[in-house]
Each structure stands twice: as structure tokens, then as C-alpha cells.
Design a protein around this ligand. Structure first.
Ligand code: G3P
Length: 216
């Protein structure tokens, strides 16, 4: 499973990239607001650090506007993927951008039926938001499982990008289901390295190492 960082904060992206384990990056207007910098500039810098797909989100509500924004984003770098929302206008934009050779990530997906429409529109990626479904007492991962089944049935090549990840269980569940990608907040990325027994094991090995006779 590919691991993306869900952030527009450059320090997080640099630290993540330095591990050699980050395959891509996703951003959205809320994450751009947190980063507090001009969006296109930030995207350009992210694309210089991350060689894999970097999602840039459109904010127009009509297909025409989304296509215009998408074309402009695609000029920032080769690895830009344009995010459009899961609406009828978004699907029109997805089809038009895809025809131009621009990759599209359909975002704000909350059902497998929506994911079916995104795949039929030629989406490169689809982003089910698992955490937000959990927030309303649904099981977000069930939607990911259903999308996987539908895509396998019809051999759609649209990648399933699990988004709105809130914890390490989401990451493991995404991998168990066979999602293509999970995009993680930096805090969750840090957590998946850790296990208390690893820390305790290192501590014990270092203590015992002190007891090993050394050459004088
Ligand atoms: O990738 C989408 C993600 O940023 C949404 O996450 O936590 O705002 O639901 P969240």
C-alpha cells in the first residue's frame, strides 16, 4: 500500500520524505489554510520534495471553473493530480480533465455508488473519507471494502485512496482491505513506526550492551 501525507506543511513533508517511505501527498483548502501560505507556491515546493502524486484541490462549483483551475494546477508540475468534488459538475470536470491527460482525484466520497461514478468518469484516484463517516456513527471502512469489491468486479483501474484517516487502525484496515493508498496526517504517520515493545526492547539491549566486556 502506498503511503501519502495529508498535509501542506512543508516541514512535515520534508521530514516524511526523508524517511523514504512517503509515496505522495494530498492537500485541500483546509490544509492549505493551516499551512498559511499562497497555495500555488506551496504546491510547487511540495512537488519539488515529493516525486509521487501531489493532489491540488479546485474550489469552483461548476465544471468550467474546475477545468480551468485544474489546467492551471497541472502546469505547476508533472506530478500534480487535480482534486474535484463528488458532484455532477465534478464528474463533468473529471471527464474533461482526464481527456486532456490530466489526472483527477475525486474527493469527498462517502459511498461506493459515488465511487462507481468517479471510476466511470475516468478518475485516477477516488478518496473515501473514512473518519468523517465514523464521526456520524457509520463505519467508514465498510465503504472502502464496498468500493474495492465494485472496482474488482469491473476491473476499474481507479486507485482507492483512503482519506480522512484519524488513527493507526484506519491504516491497518486500509491495508487489510487492499486499498491502493492511505493518506495520513503527519501525527498518524509518526505513530505507525512505534510500538512500546520496540522502545522497551531497544532500552534493554542498550543497557545490556553496557555490560558486554569491551576491548581496553
Ligand atoms: O484527505 C482528506 C482529509 O484531509 C480530510 O480529513 O480529518 O478533515 O476529515 P478530515
Amino acid at each position: 500500500m502506498q503511503i501519502f501525507l495529508d498535509t501542506a506543511i512543508l516541514d512535515e513533508i520534508k521530514s516524511g520524505a526523508a524517511t523514504g517511505l512517503v509515496d505522495g501527498c494530498t492537500t485541500n483548502p483546509s490544509l492549505a489554510a493551516k499551512a498559511g501560505r499562497e497555495y500555488n507556491e506551496v504546491l510547487k515546493e511540495i512537488c519539488s520534495i515529493i516525486k509521487g502524486p501531489v493532489s491540488a484541490e479546485t474550489v469552483s462549483t461548476d465544471a468550467e471553473g474546475m477545468v480551468k483551475e485544474g489546467i492551471a494546477f497541472s502546469k505547476i508540475a508533472k506530478n500534480i493530480v487535480v482534486k474535484v468534488p463528488m458532484t455532477a459538475e465534478g464528474m463533468k470536470a473529471c471527464q474533461r480533465l482526464t481527456k486532456k491527460g490530466i489526472k483527477v482525484n475525486v474527493t469527498l466520497v462517502f459511498s461506493a455508488n459515488q465511487a462507481l461514478l468517479a471510476a466511470k468518469s475516468g478518475a485516477f484516484m477516488v478518496s473515501p473519507f473514512v473518519g468523517r463517516l465514523d464521526d456520524i456513527n457509520e463505519v467508514g471502512m465498510n465503504v472502502v471494502r464496498e468500493i474495492k469489491q465494485v472496482y474488482d468486479n469491473y476491473k476499474f483501474t481507479t486507485q482507492i485512496l483512503v482519506a480522512s484517516v484519524r488513527n493507526t487502525n484506519h491504516v491497518l484496515d486500509a491495508a487489510k482491505i487492499g486499498a491502493d493508498i492511505a493518506t495520513l496526517p503527519y501525527s498518524v504517520f509518526e505513530q505507525i513506526f512505534k510500538h512500546p515493545l520496540t522502545d522497551a526492547g531497544i532500552k534493554k539491549f542498550l543497557e545490556d550492551w553496557e555490560k558486554v566486556p569491551k576491548k581496553k
